[in-house]
Design a protein around this ligand. Structure first.
Ligand code: SAM
Length: 290
């Protein structure tokens, strides 16, 4: 286990800890960090949640432009590093963001005096190994009452492509449907591997997700999520067969569910729009009583 001193990278600013692979650490070079902060477009009365501040390439400029920043970081060494010279409007929370509760987020925001009537914003150069779970976590926090307006996040290019893809394309899948159901996604910036140290093996993209209530609304969000997950595990099959991957649909009768939703069972799952998935989910809800 390296000590804090062992991990200092003296080739750069002399104090920055070295990157840890297991936490998905790839640190932004300052010239690119500025572009990412500009893409987030912080206003003077915005309060941000930052996920994975690392040594603070985004954090410090964000805190300089926004009202306040609550930054959640899993790596204790990074937390210690960030505490040195921390501005007053920056709160560092040592926490695995995937395990954070809505109450903890609200508590952090209230410590920063965030106005309860104004939604918060999210920014982050996400650890790519857990980027999708972090996006789902944001949706979960919103469902639990944390008022998150939007998220400006760095993702692996392929993940951004999936978020932005249309039905019938190769990239269209679980992420496209479940995030697209609750947010509008825009591509803001593409970055080469050289924008980070150490450079990742993949290219990167910053997207903005502007959250909205589920569109269209569904009777059961849990059922909708489980159904989408299940049919995409058999995306090569026709829909009537893929539906068998979902226990509820199998027992309610795939043909009846499809009939009620008015969807042709010979289509492939990846051709269904978000609106059609919502219809399918509500038909299943009607027939299974869930
Ligand atoms: N924001 C910094 C930058 O742009 O240079 C660091 C970005 S680095 C790609 C991802 C950061 O997320 C790392 O600091 C890592 O320790 C942190 N991280 C990884 N998993 C995390 C988790 N589950 N919760 C909170 N932070 C996490």
């Amino acid at each position: 286990m390296p000590t804090v001193t062992d991990r200092h990278d003296r080739r750069h600013d002399g104090v920055r800890p070295q990157a840890r692979k297991r936490f998905g650490q790839h640190f932004l070079e300052s010239v690119w960090a500025e572009k990412v902060v500009a893409a987030a477009a912080p206003a003077a009365d915005d309060t941000f949640i930052e996920i994975g501040p690392g040594p603070g390439a985004i954090t410090r400029p964000l805190a300089a432009h926004a009202r306040a920043v609550a930054a959640f970081e899993i790596d204790r060494d990074m937390v210690q590093h960030l505490e040195v010279g921390r501005p007053e409007n920056l709160l560092i929370v040592e926490r695995d963001f995937l395990k954070v509760t809505a109450a903890e987020v609200v508590e952090a925001l209230s410590r920063l005096g965030a106005p309860a009537d104004r939604p918060v914003r999210v920014a982050g150069n996400l650890p790519y190994n857990v980027a999708s779970p972090i996006l789902f976590k944001l949706i979960e926090l919103r469902q639990e009452g944390v008022r998150i307006a939007d998220a400006t996040v760095m993702l692996q290019r392929e993940v951004a492509d999936r978020l932005l893809s249309e039905p019938g394309t190769r990239d269209y899948g679980v992420l496209s449907v479940l995030i697209g159901h609750k947010g509008d996604v825009t591509r803001l910036l593409n970055l080469p591997p050289g924008a980070f140290r150490p450079p990742p093996k993949v290219r990167s993209t910053v997207v903005r997700i502007v959250f909205h209530p589920p569109m269209p609304p569904v009777r059961s969000d849990a059922l909708f999520g489980a159904l989408v997950q299940a049919v995409f595990t058999r995306r090569r099959k026709v829909l009537s067969n893929a539906l068998l991957a979902h226990a509820g649909a199998a027992s309610a009768g795939a043909t009846r569910v499809l009939g009620l939703a008015g969807i042709d069972g010979q289509r492939r799952p990846e051709t269904l729009s978000i609106e059609e998935f919502a219809r399918l989910s509500d038909a299943l809800s009607d027939l299974s009583g869930r």
